[in-house]
Design a protein around this ligand. Structure first.
Ligand code: HEC
Length: 294
């Protein structure tokens, strides 16, 4: 098995964006049949040559680029609006009640409201213009963690954008999903009595792309609530130190250091602790069956 980092960021980028390097068997992208994360998906678009064949290619220059970190790199690809329009049933979807989830080749899943992709000039890049990489690939490799990688097969970039947080910039992107906000909240929201809303929000911003709670979220890192909540078998002080600097516990850990203040980290932990009272399922099949779209 090979470890690879995909649409997240490496440790040195962790301060910039709430994402990180990801681990996955390079030869086995997540399938649509994965029992987790499935119930609340109302539409899914697999990204491949065939699906995108009718879209027109264009060449663009962008300001910033979280993968190569080049100055004004030039990409070839398809206008993201055109790609989004291919999502089955999109016209009938209430955008205020649904979110877009970007699925990468290693289980990293980043979720954004529709408004994060609106009124922007997104391009689903298929190539770094004018570059020929190893084996004739339209991408050049970049050393990330222990491995040289490219953003293939698809990399979402934004023309004229200088903010890495305002919009999704996933690379090694393989699918786009539409998920129901209510169903996600039903699986993830803390019990009201716990007053853990702020921690819940922080968890969704910093951790959710890689971790699951009640088996909902990104699958790159471990599940943190079921069947055992992380605080039921780990020491809080050690966990705090781990989250701030995973590499000080496990050499070459794939979790990037999380640059959160103590207060914010406490809030995230408060949320996770509260979820021990909201274990809605215990196994993958159980979770898929119980978390249903409204
Ligand atoms: C880019 C992906 C990524 C992000 C973002 C991320 N993690 Fe992780 N996390 C991982 C991976 C991968 C592991 C397994 C690391 C290892 O084995 O060294 C892990 C491990 C952990 C563990 C250790 C579990 C154990 O006992 O072994 C905890 C706790 C944890 N993460 C909490 C968090 C919290 C809290 C956040 C948000 C503040 C967060 N993580 C953000 C990927 C991520």
């Amino acid at each position: 098995m090979t470890l690879s980092a995909a649409c997240g960021k490496t440790a040195d980028e962790a301060k910039l964006t709430p994402a990180g390097p990801q681990a996955a068997p390079a030869d086995s992208p997540p399938s649509a049949d994965e029992p987790t994360n499935k119930a609340q998906v109302v539409a899914r678009l697999e990204l491949d040559h065939k699906t995108l064949a009718d879209l027109e290619k264009l060449s663009v220059t962008v300001n910033i680029d979280p993968f190569y970190k080049m100055k004004n790199p030039q990409f070839e690809g398809y206008l993201f609006d055109g790609v989004l329009a291919l999502v089955p049933g999109l016209a009938g979807i209430d955008r205020a009640r649904h979110s877009l989830r970007f699925v990468c080749s290693d289980g990293y899943r980043t979720t954004f409201p529709f408004k994060a992709v609106e009124n922007g000039h997104g391009v689903l890049a298929t190539a770094l213009a004018g570059q020929v990489g190893r084996g004739g690939e339209p991408w050049i490799e970049k050393q990330r963690g222990k491995r040289a990688q490219t953003p293939a097969p698809y990399y979402l970039v934004w023309v004229g954008e200088t903010d890495l947080k305002a919009r999704p910039w996933p690379y090694q992107l393989v699918a786009i999903e539409v998920v129901a906000n209510d169903a996600l909240a039903a699986a993830l929201a803390p019990p009201p009595a716990a007053k853990a809303e702020a921690g819940y929000e922080l968890f969704r911003t910093y951790c959710f792309a890689c971790h699951t709670v009640n088996l909902q979220g990104g699958t790159m890192g471990p599940e943190l609530n079921v069947p055992k909540n992380i605080f039921e078998y780990r020491d809080a002080t050690q966990l705090k130190a781990f989250v701030k600097n995973p590499q000080s516990f496990r050499a070459a850990s794939l979790m990037p250091p999380q640059a959160l203040s103590d207060d914010k980290l406490e809030a995230v932990f408060g949320y996770l602790r509260a979820m021990a009272q909201r274990k809605i399922c215990t196994t993958a099949a159980d979770c898929a069956a119980k978390v249903t779209a409204p």
